[in-house]
Design a protein around this ligand. Structure first.
Ligand SMILES: Cc1cc2nc3c(=O)[nH]c(=O)nc-3n(C[C@H](O)[C@H](O)[C@H](O)COP(=O)(O)O)c2cc1C
Length: 317
C-alpha cells in the first residue's frame, strides 16, 4: 500500500513537469498561430484597425492636445482601412473607424500636414453617408445619473449566488439578448471587444460538451442553456499581452451572468478545464473557431421554487 502510494507520488513528480511542458508548447503554438503578429486574417486586420482607432479616439479626449498631434497615427489607420476595405469590405468596425478619422480631421489641433489631410479625405469621400459624428470621437462625461441607491445595488449583487439546480422553464432568446446588452458594457483592453458567447440549448449537445472537458459533476444536466464565453486570440499581440484575453473574457463573463441575474435567471460558472487533445474535440463539437480561446462555461436556467446552494461565505478582504 505504502509502496504503491510512493510510486504514484513519484510518477506524479516526474510526469507533472512533462505534462506541463506539453501544455506550455500548446499554449505557445496557440499564441503564435493566432496572435495579431503573424499571418494576416480578417480578425487580425480588424484588430489592428481597432488598436489604431482607439489611439486616436483617446487622443481626441485628452484635455490638452499638442498642436499637430496624431498625424502618423491617422495615416497608419487610413492605410489599414484602405487595405482592409479592399480585402474584406465594409463592416461595423470600419464605419466606426471612418467616423473617428472624420472627428480627428475636425479637431482644431489635428495635423495641418496637407498630404495627410488629403489622403484621409480621399478615403472619407467615398463613405460620406456613413459619417455620423456620434459613432466615434470624444464624448462629454459628467456626474453619472442613475436611480438605484447603494443599498439597492448591494442587494442586487449579493442576491446573485451560484445555483446548480434549475426548473424546466426555458430561457428565451430575448432574455439572452438582454443579458448580452449588459455584457457589452464591459470595458476591454484597448476597446478590442474580443469576447463572444456561444449558446447551446440542445440537451444532447450540452451533455457532449460537458463530457469533453473535465470536472463535470452532473449538475449541468438540468440546466436549460449552456453558454460558453470565449475570447479571440487574434486581437492580441505579443507575449506581454498573453493573458489579456483571459482577463477580458472573465470580466465579460461576469457581466453576462449579472445580465442574467437582472432577469432573475439562475446560473453557475463551470471552469473550462482541458488538455490539448480534448480541446480539439471540444472545438469540433461546439464549432468554436480555432482562434477563440474558451474562457469559462456558464450553465443557466430558471430557479426552482426552492433549492439548496452552498453558503460560500465571503471573507473580509
Ligand atoms: C471562473 C469560475 C469557475 C467556476 N467553476 C466551477 C465549477 O467548475 N464547478 C462548480 O460547481 N462551481 C464553479 N464555480 C462556482 C464557484 O464555486 C462559486 O462562484 C463560489 O463558490 C462562490 O459562490 P457564489 O457564486 O455563490 O458566490 C466557478 C466560479 C468561477 C468564478
Amino acid at each position: 500500500m505504502i509502496i504503491k502510494k510512493m510510486i504514484r507520488r513519484l510518477m506524479a513528480l516526474i510526469l507533472g513537469p512533462v505534462i506541463n511542458i506539453r501544455y506550455f508548447f500548446y499554449d505557445f503554438k496557440q499564441t503564435i498561430n493566432h496572435s495579431i503578429i503573424l499571418n494576416n486574417t480578417e480578425d487580425k486586420s480588424k484588430a489592428q484597425i481597432m488598436l489604431a482607432m482607439h489611439g486616436i479616439e483617446k487622443g481626441l479626449a485628452f484635455r490638452e492636445k499638442k498642436q499637430n498631434w496624431g498625424g502618423e497615427k491617422s495615416i497608419h489607420l487610413t492605410r489599414l482601412l484602405k487595405e482592409h476595405l479592399k480585402k474584406y469590405g465594409k463592416s461595423e468596425v470600419v464605419v466606426v473607424a471612418l467616423n473617428i478619422l472624420n472627428a480627428y480631421l475636425s479637431d482644431a489641433s489635428s495635423t495641418k500636414n496637407e498630404n495627410t489631410r488629403i489622403e484621409i479625405n480621399q478615403l472619407l469621400k467615398d463613405y460620406q453617408t456613413d459619417l455620423k459624428s456620434y459613432t466615434g470621437g470624444a464624448k462629454v462625461v459628467s456626474y453619472p445619473e442613475f436611480k438605484a441607491g447603494y443599498n439597492d445595488i448591494l442587494q442586487f449583487y449579493s442576491t446573485r449566488t451560484s445555483v446548480r439546480d434549475f426548473s424546466s422553464r426555458e430561457i428565451t432568446e430575448e432574455e439572452i439578448n438582454r443579458a448580452k446588452q449588459i455584457a457589452r458594457t464591459t470595458p476591454t483592453a484597448c476597446n478590442r471587444q474580443t469576447s463572444r458567447i456561444h449558446v447551446f440549448k440542445d440537451k444532447e449537445t450540452i451533455r457532449k460538451i460537458l463530457d469533453n472537458q473535465w470536472g463535470d459533476q452532473g449538475w449541468g444536466n438540468n440546466a436549460d442553456t449552456l453558454f460558453i464565453v470565449t475570447s479571440n486570440l487574434s486581437y492580441f499581440g505579443d507575449t506581454y499581452e498573453r493573458k489579456q484575453a483571459y482577463i477580458d473574457g472573465g470580466m465579460f463573463a461576469m457581466n453576462f451572468v449579472m445580465g442574467l441575474h437582472t432577469q432573475k435567471i439562475a446560473s453557475c460558472f463551470k471552469m473550462y478545464i482541458s488538455e490539448p487533445r480534448m480541446e480539439k474535440q471540444f472545438k469540433k463539437i461546439t464549432q468554436i473557431p480555432p482562434q477563440e480561446a474558451p474562457i469559462v462555461l456558464i450553465l443557466a436556467g430558471y430557479y426552482l421554487e426552492s433549492s439548496l446552494s452552498p453558503v460560500s461565505y465571503k471573507i473580509d478582504i
